[in-house]
Design a protein around this ligand. Structure first.
Ligand SMILES: C[S@@+](CC[C@H](N)C(=O)[O-])C[C@H]1O[C@@H](n2cnc3c(N)ncnc32)[C@H](O)[C@@H]1O
Length: 431
């Protein structure tokens, strides 16, 4: 292996340990990739569909591997992620002995501080740790203007004034940082209710390790949990795979977890797995990176649309007909929900209902809809311009931004993509 890709001693020792535990590596081995930390490299030609890694269930780190007398000390509604992180923090030396070589292969807390917006300085959209501050403050205390993070992450806008949403709805890919904050605050409350002496730096680090390295997993003879986030496990060795837009081909049963290649690879190629169909804002917030090319990338017009359609009656129509929120934009255009919301702006309520419920086109005016949607996209594009300017100004004059130039540049790159999504979508719908 080219020395610049060589993973180093800790990774070699861990790989030998993993293989001795029954992990099977078929044509892949860990390697270093600039900008991506460790990943998996193909040691030979790999064909799509070939099994590349198998991890025996006995080696997987799941909630079932944590002694019951440890688990039972937590409040009933404690998330699985919290218990896994708590065990990694407070498990006895003897209990954790088995995994010591694995722990040495993980990124450091500093790596997370560099890459995860949640841990960035407040000026760049982070939440200002450590615990005391975050636990005793509300989001309003913490937000600073202008806000540099994309709205899907922060839930905040610089160029428009938004009101809190009249209706609450779950969105997997919006308000990401407030959701992370809620989950982490709850985790901290649960772990300190059981272990009051918990060290914040250590626990939050391990919570993030679990967050960035876990796989979907449900134990033998168990029902999938109500909350998908509770179906998680850490897979030694398989957690070396980096993410790309490839399809996902993983399976597990009571014996093993099997990961297959979803593309053909040449020897020396990096072999990827998919972490899911996630937009770049989600990848940045949850994993600390994003892709240059991402078929799943999108932004959401929710704040703009709901500000524009502000009549309570019209909002009620959207809500009752399940078209409230989740207005998605990609480079190819906007989703059907957005088109339906645009129609509501100018159609008579009855025509609109007939349109969405029965497919009637009475009162639909494509030209009007297109103009409305282009206006919404323009608002988002202006937000991208305003925030880009603000970041550049901060880089010229703000010592915190200057000290964290790389992070600010990551944000500039992301805002450029966002602007491009808006521009391409506006072009696509004009055709
Ligand atoms: C499951 S780990 C993968 C192994 C990791 N690269 C390492 O060094 O241990 C997930 C983390 O890898 C990094 N990562 C995954 N895919 C990436 C990609 N396509 N580009 C850059 N970083 C990536 C991110 O830091 C992410 O949080």
């Amino acid at each position: 292996m080219d020395p610049k890709h060589s993973p180093g001693e800790n990774h070699d020792a861990f790989t030998n340990w993993a293989l001795a535990q029954g992990v099977i590596a078929n044509g892949v081995t860990p390697a270093r990739f600039p900008g991506r930390g460790l990943g998996m490299v193909a040691t030979r030609k790999i064909k799509k569909g070939e099994t590349v890694v198998q991890v025996p269930t006995s080696t997987i780190f799941t909630i079932d591997h944590i002694p019951i007398d440890f688990r039972s000390r937590f409040p009933e509604d404690t998330a699985v992620q919290t218990i896994l992180a708590a065990f990694l923090t407070h498990g006895s030396e003897e209990q954790l002995e088995k995994y010591q070589l694995w722990f040495r292969t993980w990124p450091t807390r500093q790596d997370f501080e560099n890459s995860l917006p949640l841990l960035w300085p407040r000026e760049l959209g982070g939440l200002t740790w450590p615990s005391k501050d975050i636990l005793e403050s509300t989001r309003d205390d913490l937000s600073v203007a202008p806000n540099f993070l994309p709205p899907s992450i922060s839930g905040l806008w610089n160029s428009i004034k938004t009101e809190p949403r009249a209706r609450k709805y779950d969105s997997e890919h919006q308000d990401l940082e407030p959701m992370q904050e809620r989950r982490l605050k709850k985790a901290w409350a649960d772990v300190t209710s059981t272990f009051p002496e918990t060290d914040w730096e250590r626990f939050s680090y391990l919570w993030l390790i679990v967050n960035t390295r876990s796989f979907y997993w449900v134990g033998p003879n168990q029902q999938p949990p109500e909350n998908r986030n509770d179906a998680m496990a850490l897979l030694p060795f398989a957690d070396y795979f980096n993410h790309s837009n490839v399809e996902c081909d993983v399976k597990f049963d009571e014996n093993e977890y099997v990961l297959r290649a979803t593309e053909d690879y040449e020897k020396g190629d990096e072999v990827y797995m998919s972490y899911g169909s996630h937009p770049n804002d989600f990848l940045l917030a949850e994993y600390g990176f994003f892709l240059d090319e991402n078929d799943s990338d999108c932004v959401y017009l929710d704040a703009i649309v709901l500000k524009d359609i502000d009549s309570p009656d019209k909002q009620e129509e959207l809500w009752l007909n399940q078209y409230y929120g989740e207005y998605r934009v990609t480079t190819k255009g906007v989703c059907y929900r957005t088109e339906v919301a645009a129609c509501l702006k100018y159609m008579k309520d009855e025509d609109w209902r007939n349109h969405i419920l029965e497919g009637s086109i009475d009162g639909v005016d494509e030209k009007k809809s297109t103009e409305i949607i282009k206006g919404w996209l323009e608002v988002y594009a202006l937000e991208a311009d305003a925030t880009t300017r603000a970041i550049k100004m901060a880089l010229a004059s703000n010592p915190v931004a200057q000290a964290h130039r790389e992070k600010a540049e990551v944000l500039l790159r992301r805002w450029k993509q966002i602007k491009q999504i808006c521009d391409c979508a506006a072009k696509a719908i004009s055709l």
